[in-house]
Design a binder for this molecule. Structure first.
Ligand code: SF4
Length: 76
């Protein structure tokens, strides 16, 4: 899965949302998140992000970001 990290805060350039084939981005007041169970891991959103805020969960120490994205995608 892909997740959004804090580099998104106050960016919210929403081209990632436009390209996602399964519509799994959720928008909060100051950032976006991805629902980790809905993301199909296609990767098309990653190059669209000018803030480099969308990362694959295969990078080190991503657990807290996966949980953050899950929590807020269910709240928003
Ligand atoms: Fe959507 Fe694909 Fe990005 Fe997952 S990797 S959030 S499915 S565009």
């Amino acid at each position: 899965t892909y997740i959004v990290n804090d580099a998104c805060i106050a960016c919210k350039y929403t081209d990632c949302v436009e390209v996602c084939p399964v519509d799994c981005f959720y928008e909060g007041e100051n950032m976006l998140v991805i629902h980790p169970d809905e993301c199909i891991d296609c990767g098309v959103c990653e190059p669209e992000c000018p803030a480099d805020a969308i990362r694959p969960d295969t990078e080190p120490d991503m657990e807290k970001w996966v949980e953050f994205n899950r929590k807020y995608s269910e709240l928003w």
